[in-house]
Design a protein around this ligand. Structure first.
Ligand SMILES: *[C@@H]1O[C@H](CO)[C@@H](O)[C@H](O)[C@H]1NC(C)=O
Ligand SMILES: *[C@@H]1O[C@H](CO)[C@@H](O)[C@H](O)[C@H]1NC(C)=O
Ligand SMILES: *[C@@H]1O[C@H](CO)[C@@H](O)[C@H](O)[C@H]1NC(C)=O
Ligand SMILES: *[C@@H]1O[C@H](CO)[C@@H](O)[C@H](O)[C@H]1NC(C)=O
Ligand SMILES: *[C@@H]1O[C@H](CO)[C@@H](O)[C@H](O)[C@H]1NC(C)=O
Length: 449
């Protein structure tokens, strides 16, 4: 008996080894199979694959319908598409009145209660990584020093990582963040894409917002930022000079500058965008002279990653390589950011930061509806809140104010048209937040009345 036991164990061992190898081969084969881009997109983005449409006849309620079309439909794209649908506009649900906005909220189907099974990870995930960075300045009256005396004291996390870079990737972190999709986690990004893209971001400039501050001559005690939205309130404001006089100027999406310098200034230190919103802006605002991200010596590009295409484009742009799949595929390296852009010019928001903003600052009623999977803070909101978390002082221009109906949607609109509301953002809530931050003295919001 004693002699047989090791033999049996050996047989078991060989058997198990065989099964293991077989399983490994199967996994390898499965991974080798090339999934066509659109199929993959469809699969990984079913949650985002919704479309707004208005129900015909007298029933004017809005519903989310899963789109059967095999095409890329991210939240911002949906924004454009829903905006194009004429019956949607005809239904007059989108008039810029408080009533109509409320109508959208009321008619979206509430989520069934108890829909989250106990085993599912929490949708919100109100726990975040921490980064403890010494402040870049010793400003006596910085925003962060003032926060504890304001109503924002509780929700504000001083150690939230605003940017992600090489250090943030690990299989454990991937495991944690892959629970959250879109801009709120890594759930929409393949682990290999993520690993290779984040590995590129290993320079000091990728981790620090104000990477050139220490090198600047005549720098003051405090970092003063101008954060410029694209609101129609800027038309005729003559704020350009004042904006350009800040240490840093933040801009977003379709920020057309040529011909508008007097009102909005001409410098761009930080350009915030997602690949999707940038491409949409290039299509939509070519008519007003928007040709793509601003390019200048001082300009840094901050991706708001809500899709793997952001990680793919960031990597290709900073390594000057081609993109072989996806909507940005190209035979030549991408040139959106100029011919000789370097990796030091790129930053990318941390998904924990965006989820934290959604959960704590912009916890919209939309999160109780079927829109919760497409809802996120707007790109402009992420930019402004990122500035509030990093600058010592913030002056905000071109963000929505209570008198928004007096102005056109954008400062560069050729023809006046009202602000439009979409279900993937909650602009009314953002507008309220800007008022609250202004009243709390955490920023100074440009208002005309
Ligand atoms: C409108 O549509 C909603 C959702 O499909 C339905 O619940 C409601 O009964 C409809 N109302 C009318 C007046 O048809
Ligand atoms: C969920 O279901 C459980 C029982 O299945 C019930 O006790 C609980 O109150 C429900 N929660 C909500 C929010 O409906
Ligand atoms: C940073 O990444 C680049 C490209 O991946 C690599 O060549 C370089 O050695 C890395 N530098 C450091 C300090 O890790
Ligand atoms: C651009 O910036 C670099 C580094 O800050 C500086 O050395 C260079 O002179 C600048 N070039 C121009 C054209 O301003
Ligand atoms: C911008 O302001 C000018 C001057 O007040 C006005 O004529 C024009 O209609 C405005 N443009 C838009 C799009 O509102």
């Amino acid at each position: 008996m004693i002699g047989h036991l090791p033999q049996r164990l050996l047989l078991w061992f060989i058997g198990l080894l065989g099964i293991g190898i077989l399983a490994l081969i199967l996994v390898c084969v499965a991974l080798q199979i090339q999934v066509p881009w659109d199929v993959k997109t469809l699969q990984s983005f079913t949650m985002k694959h919704y479309r707004l449409y208005s129900v015909k006849s007298d029933n004017r309620s809005l519903e989310y319908q899963q789109s059967a079309e095999n095409e890329l439909d991210t939240a911002e794209e949906l924004e454009r598409k829903s905006y194009k649908q004429s019956d949607f506009e005809d239904s007059s649900v989108l008039e810029h009145s408080a009533k109509s906005d409320q109508a959208i909220l009321n008619t979206l189907k509430p989520m069934p209660k108890n829909e989250t099974k106990p085993t599912e990870p929490d949708f919100f995930g109100d726990r975040y990584a921490t980064d403890d960075f010494p402040s870049q300045t010793n400003c006596p009256n910085s925003i962060r020093k003032h926060v504890p005396q304001t109503p924002f004291a509780e929700m504000f996390l001083h150690s939230i990582p605003v940017l992600q870079w090489a250090k943030h990737f690990s299989p454990d972190q991937y495991q944690r963040l892959s629970h959250y999709s879109g801009a709120h986690g890594w759930g929409s990004v393949d682990i290999e894409v993520l690993k290779h893209s984040l590995a590129i971001l290993n320079t000091t400039a990728n981790r620090l917002m104000f990477d050139d501050w220490e090198k600047r001559k005549n720098r003051a005690q405090c970092i003063r930022c101008a954060v410029v939205g694209n609101g129609g309130i800027l038309n005729g404001s003559r704020k350009g000079k004042e904006i350009d006089e800040h240490d840093y100027v933040f801009r977003v999406n379709g920020a057309a500058l040529k011909g508008f310098e007097e009102d909005v200034g001409s410098r761009t230190s930080f350009y915030t965008f997602s690949t999707n919103t940038m491409r949409n802006s290039m299509r939509s605002y070519a008519g007003v002279g928007y040709r793509g991200p601003p390019i200048s010596n001082e300009t840094r590009y901050i991706f708001l990653p809500d899709h793997d295409r952001d990680y793919i484009l960031m990597r290709a742009a900073s390594t000057h390589t081609t993109i072989d799949k996806g909507p940005e595929r190209s035979k030549e390296p991408p040139t959106y950011f100029g011919e000789d852009v370097t990796v030091e010019k790129f930053k990318i928001y941390h998904p924990d930061f965006i989820r934290y903003l959604r959960n704590r600052f912009l916890h919209s009623k939309l999160l109780k509806t079927g829109a919760r999977n497409i809802y996120r803070p707007s790109t402009g909101a992420v930019m402004l809140l990122a500035a509030i978390h990093t600058c010592d002082q913030v002056d905000a221009y071109g963000f929505m104010t209570p008198d928004y109906s007096v102005y056109s949607d954008h400062y560069y609109d050729k023809q006046r048209h009202p602000v439009r509301f979409y279900a993937n953002h909650d602009m009314r809530m953002e507008m309220k937040l800007w008022q609250e931050l202004h009243q709390a003295g955490l920023m100074n919001l440009f208002m005309r009345q």
